[in-house]
Design a protein around this ligand. Structure first.
Ligand SMILES: CC(C)(COP(=O)(O)OP(=O)(O)OC[C@H]1O[C@@H](n2cnc3c(N)ncnc32)[C@H](O)[C@@H]1OP(=O)(O)O)[C@@H](O)C(=O)NCCC(=O)NCCS
Length: 169
């Protein structure tokens, strides 16, 4: 669905975190209690989608830098990588307010997060984005956009930036 008035910006003190409810209490609690602290401590950047009502958060996601061992990847990908840890970005959280789900916002935020990482990767190399899907349903959502499971860890998903660029999304 087209959301022409959607604004995606860094989380700030003027955003109303208390009203956000996505159906996963841990993701609501993160936004309320942890997100600002993570930003201050430089362990995550948190972006919010606004547009529905002034100050109201329609959705959010968080991004952090990370790395993983190439042995965690399928052998066909691992054999093309060096023996030191592979640089990555982690999509720590992604959630849409319950009243705003099913309108394409999750897709818009996911694509915004991936594109942000692609832009950052021109300065700091990033091989892949990974995410820990909270549920089977969330996993199905990510798999629609080319994310695949790590070896032996069905809920831990990764998307090489190269794959994303080939998809042309
Ligand atoms: C999962 C979530 C982010 C999806 O956001 P959304 O705005 O409802 O999804 P969208 O409207 O952008 O849907 C995009 C596409 O994914 C599909 N989709 C949406 N939720 C899905 C799910 N849980 N499983 C599989 N597919 C899903 C939609 O049908 C849509 O496809 P279509 O365009 O062919 O109809 C949202 O439902 C949410 O916040 N859920 C609770 C928190 C959560 O589970 N977050 C993930 C944490 S790992």
């Amino acid at each position: 669905m087209d959301e022409p008035s959607l604004v995606i910006e860094p989380l700030g003190p003027h955003h109303d975190r208390a009203a956000f409810l996505c159906g996963e209490p841990a993701l609501d609690a993160y936004l309320r209690r942890q997100a600002s602290q993570d930003i201050r401590r430089r362990v995550a950047q948190v972006f919010v989608a606004l547009g529905h009502a002034p100050g109201k958060i329609d959705g959010y996601y968080s991004l952090s830098a990370a790395s993983f061992e190439k042995d965690e990847l399928p052998p066909a990908l691992a054999k093309r990588l060096p023996h030191y840890p592979v640089p990555a970005a982690v999509l720590g959280r992604l959630a849409i307010d319950r009243g705003r789900q099913g309108r394409g916002l999750g897709e818009m935020l996911l694509l915004d997060a991936i594109r942000r990482v692609v832009r950052a990767s021109t300065a700091i190399a990033v091989y892949a984005i990974f995410v820990d899907a909270k549920s089977e349903r969330a996993q199905a959502f990510y798999e629609r956009y080319g994310f695949r499971a790590f070896a032996g860890e069905p809920r831990r998903l990764f998307l090489p930036l190269e794959t994303f660029e080939k998809l042309g999304l």
